[in-house]
Design a protein around this ligand. Structure first.
Ligand code: PMP
Ligand code: GLN
Length: 380
Protein backbone atom coordinates (compact mmCIF):
# COMPACT_ATOMS: atom_id res chain seq x y z
CA UNK A 1 0.00 0.00 0.00
CA UNK A 2 1.08 3.55 -0.59
CA UNK A 3 0.19 6.61 1.44
CA UNK A 4 0.89 10.23 0.86
CA UNK A 5 2.52 11.59 4.02
CA UNK A 6 0.61 14.40 5.72
CA UNK A 7 3.97 15.77 6.91
CA UNK A 8 6.39 14.89 4.10
CA UNK A 9 9.16 17.20 5.30
CA UNK A 10 9.13 16.32 8.97
CA UNK A 11 11.79 14.04 10.43
CA UNK A 12 12.50 13.12 14.05
CA UNK A 13 12.52 16.03 16.50
CA UNK A 14 15.94 17.49 17.29
CA UNK A 15 15.35 16.81 21.01
CA UNK A 16 15.20 13.08 20.38
CA UNK A 17 18.09 13.19 17.92
CA UNK A 18 20.46 15.06 20.24
CA UNK A 19 19.54 13.16 23.41
CA UNK A 20 20.10 9.87 21.59
CA UNK A 21 23.46 11.10 20.30
CA UNK A 22 24.44 12.22 23.81
CA UNK A 23 23.61 8.75 25.15
CA UNK A 24 25.48 6.95 22.38
CA UNK A 25 28.61 9.02 22.98
CA UNK A 26 28.28 9.22 26.74
CA UNK A 27 28.21 13.02 26.51
CA UNK A 28 26.92 15.53 29.06
CA UNK A 29 23.40 16.18 27.86
CA UNK A 30 22.58 19.89 27.89
CA UNK A 31 20.47 19.49 24.75
CA UNK A 32 16.85 18.44 25.42
CA UNK A 33 15.37 20.62 28.16
CA UNK A 34 14.97 18.61 31.33
CA UNK A 35 16.44 18.75 34.85
CA UNK A 36 18.98 16.13 35.97
CA UNK A 37 18.07 16.48 39.65
CA UNK A 38 15.08 14.90 41.38
CA UNK A 39 11.51 16.12 41.41
CA UNK A 40 10.52 17.34 44.92
CA UNK A 41 10.11 14.57 47.51
CA UNK A 42 7.11 16.43 48.95
CA UNK A 43 5.39 16.48 45.57
CA UNK A 44 6.23 12.82 44.92
CA UNK A 45 4.75 11.95 48.32
CA UNK A 46 1.58 13.94 47.60
CA UNK A 47 1.09 12.03 44.33
CA UNK A 48 1.72 8.74 46.16
CA UNK A 49 -0.86 9.76 48.77
CA UNK A 50 -3.32 10.53 46.00
CA UNK A 51 -2.83 7.02 44.60
CA UNK A 52 -3.23 5.49 48.05
CA UNK A 53 -6.33 7.57 48.69
CA UNK A 54 -8.28 6.42 45.67
CA UNK A 55 -7.47 8.95 42.93
CA UNK A 56 -6.98 6.15 40.45
CA UNK A 57 -9.94 6.43 38.08
CA UNK A 58 -10.68 8.94 35.34
CA UNK A 59 -10.39 12.54 36.39
CA UNK A 60 -13.21 14.82 35.21
CA UNK A 61 -12.78 15.54 31.50
CA UNK A 62 -11.61 19.13 32.10
CA UNK A 63 -9.38 18.14 35.01
CA UNK A 64 -9.39 17.68 38.78
CA UNK A 65 -11.38 20.61 40.16
CA UNK A 66 -9.03 21.28 43.08
CA UNK A 67 -6.22 21.72 40.59
CA UNK A 68 -8.28 24.04 38.43
CA UNK A 69 -9.13 26.06 41.53
CA UNK A 70 -5.46 26.27 42.48
CA UNK A 71 -4.67 27.55 38.96
CA UNK A 72 -7.51 30.09 39.07
CA UNK A 73 -6.19 31.34 42.42
CA UNK A 74 -2.71 31.68 40.94
CA UNK A 75 -4.00 33.91 38.10
CA UNK A 76 -5.84 36.05 40.62
CA UNK A 77 -2.82 36.36 42.81
CA UNK A 78 -0.16 37.01 40.16
CA UNK A 79 -2.04 38.83 37.43
CA UNK A 80 -5.31 39.95 39.06
CA UNK A 81 -6.93 38.02 36.26
CA UNK A 82 -10.03 35.86 36.64
CA UNK A 83 -10.50 32.50 34.95
CA UNK A 84 -13.55 30.47 35.91
CA UNK A 85 -12.18 27.15 37.22
CA UNK A 86 -15.04 25.13 35.77
CA UNK A 87 -15.46 26.82 32.43
CA UNK A 88 -12.17 28.45 31.50
CA UNK A 89 -9.35 26.12 32.65
CA UNK A 90 -8.58 22.64 31.29
CA UNK A 91 -5.84 20.28 32.46
CA UNK A 92 -3.90 18.73 29.58
CA UNK A 93 -1.25 16.09 28.90
CA UNK A 94 1.54 18.66 28.92
CA UNK A 95 1.52 21.93 27.04
CA UNK A 96 2.13 19.95 23.84
CA UNK A 97 -1.35 18.42 23.91
CA UNK A 98 -2.91 21.77 24.76
CA UNK A 99 -1.15 23.36 21.77
CA UNK A 100 -2.10 20.57 19.39
CA UNK A 101 -5.71 20.59 20.56
CA UNK A 102 -6.05 24.38 20.31
CA UNK A 103 -4.72 24.33 16.76
CA UNK A 104 -6.93 21.37 15.78
CA UNK A 105 -10.00 22.99 17.27
CA UNK A 106 -9.65 26.22 15.28
CA UNK A 107 -7.40 25.93 12.24
CA UNK A 108 -9.19 24.98 9.04
CA UNK A 109 -7.70 24.11 5.65
CA UNK A 110 -5.95 27.17 4.15
CA UNK A 111 -6.19 29.21 7.33
CA UNK A 112 -3.00 31.13 8.05
CA UNK A 113 -1.19 30.96 11.36
CA UNK A 114 1.60 33.42 12.13
CA UNK A 115 4.55 32.14 14.14
CA UNK A 116 7.83 33.76 15.10
CA UNK A 117 11.01 31.88 14.26
CA UNK A 118 13.06 30.44 15.84
CA UNK A 119 9.89 28.62 16.97
CA UNK A 120 9.41 25.72 19.35
CA UNK A 121 9.09 22.72 17.12
CA UNK A 122 5.56 21.49 17.82
CA UNK A 123 3.73 24.51 16.36
CA UNK A 124 4.29 24.17 12.62
CA UNK A 125 3.52 20.43 12.25
CA UNK A 126 0.27 20.87 14.19
CA UNK A 127 -0.75 23.72 11.89
CA UNK A 128 0.10 21.80 8.75
CA UNK A 129 -1.38 18.44 9.71
CA UNK A 130 -4.64 20.36 10.07
CA UNK A 131 -4.28 21.84 6.59
CA UNK A 132 -3.30 25.30 7.79
CA UNK A 133 -0.54 27.44 6.34
CA UNK A 134 2.36 28.65 8.46
CA UNK A 135 3.32 32.29 7.99
CA UNK A 136 6.75 32.67 9.56
CA UNK A 137 8.31 35.85 10.85
CA UNK A 138 12.03 35.23 11.13
CA UNK A 139 13.90 36.92 13.99
CA UNK A 140 17.67 37.15 14.34
CA UNK A 141 20.26 36.52 17.04
CA UNK A 142 21.28 37.97 19.40
CA UNK A 143 18.26 40.15 20.30
CA UNK A 144 15.44 38.45 18.39
CA UNK A 145 13.66 41.82 18.26
CA UNK A 146 10.33 42.06 16.50
CA UNK A 147 9.64 44.48 13.71
CA UNK A 148 5.96 45.19 14.26
CA UNK A 149 5.53 46.69 10.78
CA UNK A 150 6.59 43.34 9.41
CA UNK A 151 4.01 41.60 11.59
CA UNK A 152 1.32 44.04 10.42
CA UNK A 153 2.18 43.28 6.81
CA UNK A 154 1.77 39.53 7.37
CA UNK A 155 -1.71 39.79 8.88
CA UNK A 156 -4.46 39.17 6.35
CA UNK A 157 -8.11 38.17 6.18
CA UNK A 158 -6.88 34.57 6.25
CA UNK A 159 -5.02 34.94 9.55
CA UNK A 160 -6.74 32.62 12.01
CA UNK A 161 -4.18 32.56 14.79
CA UNK A 162 -0.92 34.05 16.01
CA UNK A 163 1.31 31.93 18.23
CA UNK A 164 3.57 33.70 20.70
CA UNK A 165 5.98 32.39 23.33
CA UNK A 166 7.48 34.41 26.16
CA UNK A 167 9.86 33.66 27.89
CA UNK A 168 11.06 32.20 24.66
CA UNK A 169 12.40 28.77 23.87
CA UNK A 170 14.99 28.49 22.32
CA UNK A 171 16.41 32.03 22.51
CA UNK A 172 15.88 32.77 26.23
CA UNK A 173 14.55 36.25 25.38
CA UNK A 174 11.33 37.79 26.72
CA UNK A 175 8.69 40.07 25.27
CA UNK A 176 8.31 43.55 26.72
CA UNK A 177 5.05 45.21 27.69
CA UNK A 178 5.37 47.25 24.52
CA UNK A 179 5.52 44.08 22.40
CA UNK A 180 2.29 42.89 23.98
CA UNK A 181 0.65 46.28 23.41
CA UNK A 182 1.70 46.19 19.77
CA UNK A 183 0.17 42.76 19.39
CA UNK A 184 -2.98 43.93 21.11
CA UNK A 185 -3.24 46.93 18.79
CA UNK A 186 -2.77 44.82 15.66
CA UNK A 187 -5.34 42.21 16.60
CA UNK A 188 -8.00 44.53 18.04
CA UNK A 189 -11.22 44.41 15.99
CA UNK A 190 -10.14 41.17 14.26
CA UNK A 191 -11.20 37.55 14.78
CA UNK A 192 -7.62 36.43 15.33
CA UNK A 193 -7.01 33.95 18.14
CA UNK A 194 -3.77 34.21 20.11
CA UNK A 195 -2.05 31.11 21.39
CA UNK A 196 0.26 32.38 24.11
CA UNK A 197 2.72 29.67 25.09
CA UNK A 198 3.73 30.66 28.63
CA UNK A 199 5.34 27.43 29.84
CA UNK A 200 8.29 29.41 31.27
CA UNK A 201 6.17 32.05 33.05
CA UNK A 202 7.84 31.29 36.40
CA UNK A 203 11.40 31.32 35.04
CA UNK A 204 12.27 34.96 34.38
CA UNK A 205 15.28 36.88 35.67
CA UNK A 206 16.73 40.18 36.84
CA UNK A 207 13.38 41.29 38.30
CA UNK A 208 11.69 41.44 34.91
CA UNK A 209 7.92 40.87 34.88
CA UNK A 210 6.33 38.11 32.86
CA UNK A 211 4.04 39.65 30.24
CA UNK A 212 1.16 37.22 30.33
CA UNK A 213 -1.52 37.64 27.65
CA UNK A 214 -4.07 37.77 30.48
CA UNK A 215 -2.70 41.16 31.60
CA UNK A 216 -4.02 42.88 28.47
CA UNK A 217 -7.81 42.99 28.33
CA UNK A 218 -8.30 42.89 24.60
CA UNK A 219 -5.65 40.20 24.18
CA UNK A 220 -7.08 38.12 27.00
CA UNK A 221 -10.47 37.89 25.33
CA UNK A 222 -8.90 36.27 22.24
CA UNK A 223 -6.16 34.22 23.92
CA UNK A 224 -5.39 30.72 25.01
CA UNK A 225 -2.60 30.58 27.56
CA UNK A 226 -0.72 27.28 27.76
CA UNK A 227 1.41 26.12 30.68
CA UNK A 228 3.43 23.08 31.71
CA UNK A 229 3.85 21.66 35.20
CA UNK A 230 6.82 19.70 33.85
CA UNK A 231 8.73 22.99 33.58
CA UNK A 232 7.51 24.46 36.84
CA UNK A 233 7.91 21.40 39.05
CA UNK A 234 11.02 19.80 37.50
CA UNK A 235 9.26 16.68 36.25
CA UNK A 236 9.03 16.90 32.48
CA UNK A 237 8.25 13.18 32.31
CA UNK A 238 4.89 13.58 34.02
CA UNK A 239 3.48 15.41 31.00
CA UNK A 240 0.87 17.52 32.78
CA UNK A 241 -0.02 21.05 31.84
CA UNK A 242 -3.08 23.20 31.33
CA UNK A 243 -4.64 25.93 29.30
CA UNK A 244 -6.86 28.89 30.13
CA UNK A 245 -9.15 30.83 27.82
CA UNK A 246 -12.45 32.70 27.86
CA UNK A 247 -15.42 30.36 27.93
CA UNK A 248 -16.43 30.80 24.27
CA UNK A 249 -12.97 29.57 23.21
CA UNK A 250 -12.61 26.91 25.89
CA UNK A 251 -15.93 25.27 25.01
CA UNK A 252 -14.63 24.69 21.45
CA UNK A 253 -11.32 23.41 22.83
CA UNK A 254 -13.10 20.83 24.98
CA UNK A 255 -15.04 19.47 22.00
CA UNK A 256 -11.70 18.24 20.67
CA UNK A 257 -9.96 17.57 24.00
CA UNK A 258 -12.66 15.10 25.13
CA UNK A 259 -11.92 12.87 22.13
CA UNK A 260 -8.22 13.61 22.03
CA UNK A 261 -7.29 12.44 25.57
CA UNK A 262 -10.58 12.81 27.50
CA UNK A 263 -8.66 13.43 30.73
CA UNK A 264 -5.11 13.14 32.06
CA UNK A 265 -3.29 11.32 34.88
CA UNK A 266 -5.46 11.77 37.96
CA UNK A 267 -3.08 11.11 40.90
CA UNK A 268 -0.55 13.58 39.50
CA UNK A 269 -3.28 16.22 39.19
CA UNK A 270 -4.39 15.76 42.79
CA UNK A 271 -0.79 15.76 44.04
CA UNK A 272 0.01 18.98 42.16
CA UNK A 273 -3.20 20.62 43.45
CA UNK A 274 -2.07 19.94 47.03
CA UNK A 275 1.50 21.02 46.31
CA UNK A 276 0.42 24.33 44.77
CA UNK A 277 -1.22 25.39 48.03
CA UNK A 278 2.26 26.60 48.96
CA UNK A 279 2.98 29.43 46.52
CA UNK A 280 6.72 29.25 47.09
CA UNK A 281 6.70 26.00 45.08
CA UNK A 282 6.41 28.09 41.94
CA UNK A 283 7.34 31.61 43.04
CA UNK A 284 10.81 30.47 44.14
CA UNK A 285 11.82 29.34 40.66
CA UNK A 286 13.20 32.65 39.40
CA UNK A 287 15.89 32.78 42.07
CA UNK A 288 16.62 29.06 41.74
CA UNK A 289 17.31 29.26 38.01
CA UNK A 290 18.96 32.68 38.07
CA UNK A 291 21.61 31.20 40.36
CA UNK A 292 22.16 28.40 37.81
CA UNK A 293 22.30 30.80 34.87
CA UNK A 294 24.79 33.06 36.68
CA UNK A 295 26.98 30.16 37.75
CA UNK A 296 27.07 28.74 34.22
CA UNK A 297 27.82 32.12 32.63
CA UNK A 298 30.52 33.05 35.13
CA UNK A 299 32.21 29.69 34.54
CA UNK A 300 32.27 30.14 30.77
CA UNK A 301 33.08 33.85 30.75
CA UNK A 302 36.64 33.17 29.58
CA UNK A 303 35.61 30.70 26.86
CA UNK A 304 35.48 31.61 23.17
CA UNK A 305 31.68 31.50 23.17
CA UNK A 306 29.86 34.84 23.16
CA UNK A 307 26.50 35.39 24.82
CA UNK A 308 23.82 37.70 26.10
CA UNK A 309 22.50 36.38 29.42
CA UNK A 310 19.24 34.54 29.01
CA UNK A 311 16.30 36.64 30.30
CA UNK A 312 14.06 33.68 31.04
CA UNK A 313 13.60 29.89 30.49
CA UNK A 314 16.34 27.47 31.53
CA UNK A 315 18.24 27.78 28.29
CA UNK A 316 21.32 29.79 27.35
CA UNK A 317 22.18 30.51 23.74
CA UNK A 318 25.91 30.63 22.95
CA UNK A 319 27.39 32.17 19.79
CA UNK A 320 30.29 30.11 18.46
CA UNK A 321 31.20 32.26 15.46
CA UNK A 322 34.69 32.99 16.85
CA UNK A 323 35.43 29.27 16.99
CA UNK A 324 34.29 27.95 13.63
CA UNK A 325 32.13 28.65 10.62
CA UNK A 326 30.60 25.15 10.61
CA UNK A 327 26.86 24.63 10.08
CA UNK A 328 25.34 24.61 13.57
CA UNK A 329 23.84 21.12 13.28
CA UNK A 330 27.24 19.70 12.27
CA UNK A 331 29.00 21.61 15.04
CA UNK A 332 26.48 20.45 17.70
CA UNK A 333 26.98 16.85 16.58
CA UNK A 334 30.76 17.20 16.55
CA UNK A 335 30.76 18.70 20.05
CA UNK A 336 28.72 15.73 21.25
CA UNK A 337 31.02 13.14 19.68
CA UNK A 338 34.43 14.78 20.18
CA UNK A 339 33.99 16.97 23.25
CA UNK A 340 31.26 14.95 24.99
CA UNK A 341 28.81 17.80 25.41
CA UNK A 342 25.41 17.92 23.71
CA UNK A 343 23.42 21.06 22.85
CA UNK A 344 20.65 22.06 20.44
CA UNK A 345 21.47 23.88 17.16
CA UNK A 346 19.06 26.78 16.64
CA UNK A 347 18.82 26.63 12.87
CA UNK A 348 16.35 23.74 13.08
CA UNK A 349 13.80 26.19 14.51
CA UNK A 350 14.43 28.78 11.78
CA UNK A 351 13.38 29.29 8.20
CA UNK A 352 15.45 27.01 5.99
CA UNK A 353 19.05 28.13 5.59
CA UNK A 354 19.08 30.63 8.48
CA UNK A 355 22.07 29.70 10.62
CA UNK A 356 23.14 32.37 13.15
CA UNK A 357 25.92 30.09 14.51
CA UNK A 358 24.32 29.66 17.89
CA UNK A 359 23.69 26.64 20.10
CA UNK A 360 21.26 26.28 23.01
CA UNK A 361 22.43 24.79 26.32
CA UNK A 362 20.01 23.72 29.08
CA UNK A 363 21.21 24.74 32.54
CA UNK A 364 18.46 22.97 34.52
CA UNK A 365 21.28 20.80 35.83
CA UNK A 366 23.08 20.19 39.10
CA UNK A 367 25.86 22.67 39.85
CA UNK A 368 28.28 19.78 39.51
CA UNK A 369 27.11 19.13 35.94
CA UNK A 370 27.34 22.83 35.11
CA UNK A 371 30.93 22.93 36.37
CA UNK A 372 31.82 19.93 34.21
CA UNK A 373 30.05 21.42 31.20
CA UNK A 374 31.88 24.72 31.63
CA UNK A 375 35.23 22.96 31.85
CA UNK A 376 34.55 21.38 28.48
CA UNK A 377 33.26 24.58 26.89
CA UNK A 378 36.33 26.51 28.04
CA UNK A 379 38.57 24.08 26.16
CA UNK A 380 36.80 24.47 22.83
N1 PMP B 1 6.23 24.97 24.62
C1 PMP B 1 7.51 25.24 24.87
C2 PMP B 1 8.05 26.58 24.49
C3 PMP B 1 8.33 24.28 25.46
O1 PMP B 1 9.61 24.56 25.70
C4 PMP B 1 7.77 23.04 25.79
C5 PMP B 1 8.57 21.93 26.39
N2 PMP B 1 9.73 22.16 26.76
C6 PMP B 1 6.45 22.80 25.53
C7 PMP B 1 5.70 23.79 24.94
C8 PMP B 1 5.80 21.49 25.84
O2 PMP B 1 5.58 21.29 27.19
P1 PMP B 1 5.18 19.87 27.77
O3 PMP B 1 6.44 19.14 28.01
O4 PMP B 1 4.42 20.18 29.02
O5 PMP B 1 4.33 19.20 26.76
N1 GLN C 1 10.77 21.38 25.51
C1 GLN C 1 11.98 20.62 25.60
C2 GLN C 1 13.11 21.44 25.02
O1 GLN C 1 12.91 22.48 24.50
C3 GLN C 1 11.91 19.34 24.84
C4 GLN C 1 10.63 18.63 24.84
C5 GLN C 1 10.69 17.44 23.94
O2 GLN C 1 11.66 16.74 23.93
N2 GLN C 1 9.69 17.29 23.16
O3 GLN C 1 14.21 21.00 25.05
Amino acid sequence: MQHQSKLPNIGTTIFTVMSALANTHNALNLSQGFPNYPSSKKLNDLVTNAMNNGYNQYAPMAGNLELRLAIANKYNLLYKSTYHPEKEITITAGATQAIYTIISAFVNVNDEVIIFKPAYDCYQPAIEVNGGKTIAIQLSAPDYNINWNDVASKISSKTKMIIINTPHNPSGTIWSEDDMLQLQKLTKDTNIIILSDEVYEHIIFDNEQHQSACLFNNLKQRSFITASFGKTFHNTGWKIGYCCAPEYLMSEFRKVHQFNVFSVNHPAQKGIADYMQDRETYLGLNAFFQQKRDLFLSLISKSRFKFQPSQGTYFQVLDYSEITNEYDVDFAKRLTKEFKIASIPLSVFNEEGKDDKVLRFCYAKTDETLVKAAEILCKI
